[in-house]
Design a protein around this ligand. Structure first.
Ligand code: HPA
Ligand code: ZN
Length: 326
């Protein structure tokens, strides 16, 4: 349709994408075969049927299990190039992607395997599609502070290839302040700071992410809407929110797409963006996320342009490159 065409050709940046969450069942099977692994599933259909989540933890259990199929640098490169092929088809010009090193180092892979494979994929995507990218290292918040510090130390040789640090995994019970010191160390090393907050956690976690972690961007942020003073501050400071509509539906953060607050966020002056989070698990890449909110919330072309433009305003680009994209 006309709307689909408009969305596909809208220049956009993706700012909230877990590369491990782009592992499609088909690739999971072919990697398992290549690595001679036994998967707990017999078919692609059986895998997809298991993607029926009622909360974040349900999803995380399956997401960490799926990541076990990734064993070699080549696996991480293939994962990354597959994502960028999809992103190119969706009109993505720039992507800032997360990776979860602890998911891999905790099962014995060297830190180098994941990052070298991903970096090879990023270089290939630039050569093939012209897509620019940045890499954001996420700490798993269900693990402790010392594990995050160990991960940060392991990343040391690659810091010039890492734009920032993030915080993901099980939110409830793992408030941002748990990682105050490692985020301070990352800031002192010149890295940007982002954190998942207000996905399942309360507005108070968003407040902590701002005041204690000193984040440069907020991942999700849905529950910030419960606190008017917080909303005013996010709007005044033009903090970018990386919102993930299909993820929100699939993880029951919102009851359905017609109840998604994306346009409420815009109306309150928040710099909201649209992103895919874990597209292989949540039913669509960034284009599908735009289409879902466009239809579900009857967004105008002007609102869609604002959302796409916000993605470049919120990206960690230098001013000249940002101007080129805007
Ligand atoms: N929330 C928290 N952790 C995650 C997510 C998410 O949406 N996706 C991958 N890890
Ligand atoms: Zn996420």
């Amino acid at each position: 349709t006309d709307l689909d065409h408009f969305i596909t050709h809208l220049p956009k940046a993706e700012l909230h994408l877990h590369i491990e969450g782009s592992l499609e069942p088909e690739l999971m099977f072919s990697l398992a075969k290549r690595n001679r692994l036994d998967l707990p599933f017999k078919s692609v259909e059986e895998i997809r049927a298991a993607y029926n989540f009622s909360n974040l933890q349900d999803f995380l259990d399956i997401y960490y299990a799926g990541a076990q199929a990734l064993r070699t640098e080549e696996d991480f490169r293939d994962l990354t190039t597959a994502y960028f092929d999809r992103a190119a088809a969706d009109g993505v010009l720039h992507a800032e992607i997360f990776f979860d090193p602890q998911t891999h180092t905790d099962r014995g892979l060297p830190f180098s395997v994941a990052i070298e494979g991903i970096l090879a994929g990023l270089a290939e995507a630039k050569a093939k599609h012209g897509i620019t990218s940045e890499l954001i290292l996420c700490f798993l918040r269900h693990l402790d502070e010392e594990a995050a510090f160990a991960t940060f130390r392991a990343a040391e040789p690659w810091l010039n290839h890492i734009k920032g640090v993030g915080l993901d995994s099980s939110e409830l019970g793992h408030p941002p302040h748990k990682f105050a010191r490692v985020f301070a160390a990352a800031g002192a090393a010149g890295l940007k700071r982002v954190a998942h907050a207000g996905e399942e956690g309360p507005a108070a976690y968003v407040r902590e992410a701002l005041d204690v972690l000193h984040i440069d961007r907020l991942d999700h942020g849905n529950h910030a809407l419960d606190d008017d003073a917080l909303v005013r501050e996010l709007a005044e400071r033009q903090i970018t929110l990386t919102v993930c509509p299909l993820s929100n539906v699939r993880l029951c953060v919102v009851p359905d797409i017609s109840a998604h607050p994306i346009d409420t966020m815009l109306a309150k002056g928040l710099r909201a963006t649209v992103n895919s989070d874990d597209p292989a698990y949540f039913g669509g890449y960034v284009g599908e996320n735009f289409k879902a909110v466009a239809r579900g919330r009857k967004l105008s072309r002007e609102q869609l342009v604002t959302l796409a433009r916000n993605s470049f305003l919120g990206a960690f680009l230098d001013d000249a490159t940002r101007q080129d994209y805007l």
